[in-house]
Design a protein around this ligand. Structure first.
Ligand code: HEC
Length: 170
């Protein structure tokens, strides 16, 4: 009799133990699925972000690269060298740093394409225009900030933008 009770007690206790084990297992499986879902979502979101921002790697590339390859290298690397040695695009610099004032004539800035406004300035000579654009210039019409306020531009880039503006205004 006493041993029967012990068996029953054991069975009862073991059933509870088994039940708890199953519940815990189900809980862990569920938790794993939730985590896996979240991680997959995060990876997918990151991938979409990279695609949306264009080719991220391209933005990280330097603007130009010296090609020190052997002269007998493949035709492909010769093409790369040609593409990299393309001179500064004045129109692009203009759009980046000068357009804000010079397209609408903000604060007295001579407008792009306004031949009258530019003719007197052009007679100063290109060097004077370059110097004024690079170092800044207080004229009677207003204040031209050094490099249009974009000091990250190189002198060559500013000169290219000046050349572009002059060419567009003659
Ligand atoms: C914040 C407005 C502003 C920005 C941005 C700006 N400019 Fe100007 N710029 C002026 C003003 C105003 C003048 C006219 C100054 C005067 O003659 O009184 C001027 C004049 C000039 C002149 C004529 C200088 C001369 O000697 O007559 C050149 C060349 C010029 N800017 C080039 C540039 C270039 C290149 C950029 C971009 C890299 C640029 N500007 C960006 C306001 C701006």
């Amino acid at each position: 009799m006493a041993s029967n009770m012990t068996d029953q007690q054991f069975t009862k206790g073991f059933s509870i133990f088994l039940g708890l084990g199953i519940v815990l297992t189900l809980f862990l499986i569920l938790l794993g699925n939730i985590n896996a879902g979240t991680i997959t979502e995060r990876i997918r979101a990151e991938r979409n972000e990279m695609a949306a921002s264009g080719s991220t790697m391209q933005h990280l590339q330097p603007a130009g690269q010296l090609n020190l390859a052997e002269p007998d290298s493949t035709a492909e690397s010769t093409q790369v060298a040609t593409a990299a040695s393309v001179t500064v695009d004045g129109a692009q610099v203009y759009q980046l740093a000068c357009m804000a004032c010079h397209t609408a004539g903000v604060a007295g800035a001579p407008k792009l394409g306004d031949t009258e406004a530019w003719s007197a300035r052009v007679t100063q000579g290109a060097e004077a225009l370059y110097t004024h654009a690079i170092s800044g210039f207080q004229g009677s019409a207003g204040m031209m900030p050094p490099k249009g306020g974009n000091l990250a531009l190189s002198d060559g880039e500013v000169k290219a933008a000046v050349d572009y503006m002059v060419a567009q205004s003659q």
